[in-house]
Design a protein around this ligand. Structure first.
Ligand SMILES: [Zn+2]
Length: 301
C-alpha cells in the first residue's frame, strides 16, 4: 500500500521507472479471469467450455504481444483417442540461439466429471498465467519467459501408469527431442493456488534450490507463512519436465478444505463439485502471483 502511494507520487513528479515485474501483477484481474473461465462451465477436452478457454488464452496472449505456439496431438487414453492442445505464449524472445528459457505452466483442462467447475483446480492455474501475460507486457527480462497452458493433465481414470499428465509429457518430450532442454533454467507449475486458506506445500519431488529461490522471494515480500509449512509428494505436470532433466517446482496448495478421514487426500473440495468461486480469494492469487514473479526477477539477474 505504501509503495503504491509512493509510486503514484513519483509518477506525478515524472521520474519513476516502470513497476517491477511482481508489482505489475493484478490479482483482481486474475480473480476475474477465474470467474470468466468458470462461467464457461465444464472444461474437459472436447467440451465447449474447453474451446472457449483456449480462445480466451489466445486472445489475451495476442493482446499481450506474445509469440503464440501450440502443441497439438492425439492422446491414447482409457477413453480412446483424445485430441490434446497445449498452448504456449513466449515473451522476450531474442535472436540469441543460446538465450535461457524460464517456463511458468499450469493446466487448463478440468476433470471429466458432470457438474465439476474447477474454480481452483484448472481455473486458478489458467487465470494466474493469463495475469502473468498481462504483467509481462513492457517488461524486459534476459530470459525468454514461456507461459504454458497444459492440456489433459487430469487422469481419465486415476494417476496410474501413463493415465494423466498427457499434455505435459508430450511437450517435455518434444523439447527434449529438439535439444531445447539444456536452455531451460527452470519450470514452475502453478496448481490450485487460488484457495482462500492458502498454504503452498514444499512438494518433495521438486528441485530444492529452485524452491529456495521462491522462499527467498516470499520472505522479501513478507509472505513466508504461506509457503513450505508442510511437505508432500504430488504427481503433477512438473514430473513430465523433471523426467527430461529440467529443474522443476510444483507450486501447489495440497490442502483444499478440511483434511482427514472421509475426505479426498488433498482436501474436501479437491475433485469435488464444491470446487467453486466461493473457495477462491484474490488475496491468495496476489501472494502467489507476486512471489512467483519476484522469483523470476531474482533468477533473471
Ligand atoms: Zn485435478
Amino acid at each position: 500500500m505504501l509503495l503504491t502511494a509512493w509510486r503514484r507520487a513519483a509518477n506525478w513528479r515524472g521520474w519513476a521507472a516502470a513497476p517491477a515485474l511482481h508489482d505489475a501483477f493484478d490479482a483482481k484481474k486474475a480473480f476475474a479471469y477465474i470467474s470468466q473461465v468458470v462461467s464457461f462451465g465444464e472444461r474437459w477436452p472436447g467440451s465447449p467450455g474447453h474451446q472457449k478457454t483456449q480462445a480466451l488464452i489466445k486472445q489475451v496472449l495476442a493482446q499481450d504481444g506474445a509469440r503464440i505456439e501450440t502443441d497439438d496431438f492425439t492422446a491414447t487414453t482409457p477413453r480412446g483417442a483424445v485430441p490434446v492442445h497445449n498452448i504456449i505464449g513466449k515473451f522476450n524472445v531474442t535472436a540469441d540461439p543460446k538465450q535461457q528459457i524460464f517456463i511458468l505452466a499450469g493446466h487448463y483442462d478440468t476433470l471429466f466429471k458432470p457438474g465439476f467447475l474447477g474454480a481452483n483446480d484448472g481455473g486458478s492455474s489458467t487465470a494466474i498465467l493469463l495475469s502473468f501475460g498481462d504483467a509481462l507486457v513492457h517488461q524486459k527480462t534476459k530470459m525468454q519467459i514461456w507461459l504454458v497452458w497444459t492440456d489433459l493433465e487430469e487422469a481419465i481414470n486415476s494417476f496410474q501408469g501413463d493415465d494423466g499428465l498427457y499434455g505435459s509429457r508430450h511437450l517435455a518430450q518434444k523439447l527434449k527431442t529438439a535439444a531445447v532442454v539444456p536452455r531451460i533454467k527452470g519450470f514452475f507449475l502453478l496448481d490450485m493456488i487460488g484457495d482462500k486458506g492458502l498454504g503452498v506445500t514444499r512438494e518433495s519431488g521438486s528441485t530444492r534450490w529452485l524452491q529456495d529461490f521462491i522462499a527467498q522471494a516470499a520472505k522479501q515480500l513478507g509472505y513466508s507463512q504461506y509457503f513450505f509449512q508442510d511437505s508432500v509428494a504430488i504427481i503433477d505436470d512438473h514430473v513430465s519436465f523433471a523426467k527430461v532433466g529440467v529443474p522443476v517446482v510444483d507450486v501447489v496448495d495440497a490442502q483444499f478444505g478440511r483434511m482427514g478421514a472421509g475426505f479426498d487426500g488433498m482436501g474436501e473440495f479437491h475433485h469435488a463439485n464444491t470446487d467453486t468461486m466461493d473457495k477462491i480469494s484474490a488475496a491468495s492469487l496476489d501472494i502467489v502471483g507476486r512471489t512467483i514473479l519476484l522469483t523470476v526477477e531474482l533468477l533473471d539477474r
